[in-house]
Design a protein around this ligand. Structure first.
Ligand SMILES: [Zn+2]
Length: 86
């Protein structure tokens, strides 16, 4: 997985099929009320400011393109997380 021409025009291209469509997959933070007296949980409140993109895959051929994305800071995929997926 090391064709790197994609960095070229700041545009990411799938090294396998040439697609420019991708899925970024990650987690999102949440806040959920909990009442210890009744043991009841309330409804989830998604914290949209707290996304953690973990990996990226091609939307066409589903290749893992996480390493490709991690080279581009704009994708916000942290190289740290990369160690766990490779
Ligand atoms: Zn592809």
């Amino acid at each position: 997985m090391d064709s790197i021409e994609a960095a070229n025009a700041g545009q990411l291209v799938c090294p396998k099929c040439g697609s420019t469509s991708f899925y970024v997959v990650g987690t999102i933070g949440f806040r959920r009320p909990f009442d210890s007296a009744s043991g009841a949980f309330g409804t989830y409140d998604l914290l949209h400011g707290e996304e953690t993109p973990l990996r990226a895959e091609c939307a066409v051929c589903f290749s893992d393109v996480t390493t490709l994305f991690a080279r581009d800071p704009a994708t916000k995929i942290a190289p740290l997380e990369l160690a766990h997926t490779a």
